[in-house]
Design a protein around this ligand. Structure first.
Ligand code: PLP
Length: 391
């Protein structure tokens, strides 16, 4: 067998391990006594419109309903997504700019394979979603970590500039951010675009920006700028996992905008990556759901309420955290330098966040607050007791 694949299969995902521990612990001592803040599974139900759309689709002739679609997805579904983006961002995309995928994970994996060659380097902004490293390394590239600024966790454009080498081919940018909840400000993205533009000219070849946006709609008032409007060589990776609470249905897309000088050839490489990785013909039922539901608003009210209760409670208990502008994660400073040791202490109070080591950073934990409101409120005495144990 392939040793590399074996190693990735054998490697434990801290998030999934903690989540499995939480389930076992709940069975042992009662669900209401364990506070599982590990996984980013939306706690808000999918909109009713999704259910109605599925019911309508079930009326189609079975061979049509369950049949293959083109590898990139139904042209009509891609056109509906393009039209929605055009309404929102004043763009002029068509079905040809989109490749439908099985979620943002596939969008990212396809993009990395399409835009890089083995031996290249891909920059990530630490802390970062742990799977980036897996996808980058599987494409034969090196994952180069650049630390975000430690105040607001925005991109440190000067640090990115210093990390660029002749082998740098792409950078992955995730906003709203998992794990910090940061939303990158327009000026911050413009500063990054300037660096990437200058370095691309210097090197005589483009450095691509891979924009990972599954949390685009989950914000608390902050602007989420449309990145292809700021930097031409941008591809956008999106999914409906979080915005429509459909993570198990595996539906998303990659956009290759016409602002990219070599857009047609890049789209051809995306199709090639989709083909070689086996990411063709995204779930046909959910391609049809997109046609009906693409403009359904995300229900962020419950997350906003959770965010309010959690931040107020942790502030009262004396914790330091990054004020989250988007997504449903709170980045909380551990009360000792070793995040793993802090996690173990938290676990003894039945609190289960994820230590920052999983995200390429030391000294923090991520608290996923896409949980029932009662879980937040009922966990606050345990957070207080945990803080008190350090005094
Ligand atoms: N990117 C980020 C930052 C994520 O947090 C996730 C999932 O949690 C993904 C990508 C993968 O999303 P999907 O479930 O649509 O594959």
């Amino acid at each position: 067998m392939n040793k590399t694949m074996y190693a990735y299969g054998a490697e434990k995902s801290a998030i999934r391990e903690i989540s499995a521990f939480a389930a076992a612990r709940k069975a042992q001592i009662g669900a209401d006594k364990v506070f599982d803040f590990s996984i980013g599974n939306p706690s808000v139900p999918a909109p009713d419109a999704v259910r109605r759309s599925i019911e309508r689709a079930l009326e189609l002739p079975p061979c049509e309903l369950h049949g293959y679609t083109p590898a990139a997805g139904l042209p009509a579904a891609r056109q509906v997504v393009a039209a929605s983006l055009n309404r929102r961002f004043g763009t002029a995309y068509t079905a040809d700019n989109l490749y439908l995928t099985v979620g943002a994970a596939a969008s990212l994996s396809i993009s990395i394979h399409a835009l890089t060659n083995p031996g290249d380097e891909v920059i990530v902004i630490a802390p970062y979603f742990p799977e980036y490293r897996v996808w980058i390394e599987t494409a034969g590239c090196a994952c180069v970590e650049v630390t975000a600024d430690q105040e607001r966790f925005q991109i440190d454009a000067a640090a990115v500039c210093a990390a660029v080498t002749p082998r740098t081919r792409a950078i992955i940018v995730n906003s709203p951010n998992n794990p910090t909840g940061a939303v990158y400000a327009r000026a911050n993205l413009e500063a990054l675009a300037q660096v990437l533009g200058e370095k691309s000219v210097e090197q005589g070849q483009p450095i691509y920006l891979i924009c990972d946006e599954p949390y685009r709609e989950i914000t608390y008032g902050a602007e989420v700028p449309w990145v292809p409007g700021i930097y031409g060589n941008t591809v956008v990776c999106y999914s409906y996992s979080k915005s429509l609470s459909l993570p198990g249905e595996r539906i998303g897309w990659v956009l290759v905008p016409d602002t990219m000088p070599d857009a047609d050839r890049v789209m051809c490489a995306m199709a090639g990556a989709g083909r070689t990785l086996g990411f063709v013909c995204a779930p046909a039922l959910f391609q049809r759901v997109l046609m009906d539901c693409v403009d359904e608003p995300s229900d962020v009210e419950a997350y906003a309420r959770n965010r309010e209760a959690l931040t107020a409670g942790l502030a009262r208990a004396g914790y330091t955290y990054v004020e989250p502008d988007g997504a449903f994660y709170l980045w909380v400073k551990a009360l000792e330098p070793d995040a793993e040791a802090f996690f173990e202490r938290a676990r003894s109070f039945e609190l289960l966040p994820v230590p920052s080591t999983s995200f390429g950073a030391a000294g923090w934990v991520r608290v996923s607050y896409c949980v029932p409101y009662d879980t937040i409120v009922n966990s606050l005495p345990a957070w207080e007791a945990l803080a008190a144990s350090y005094r």
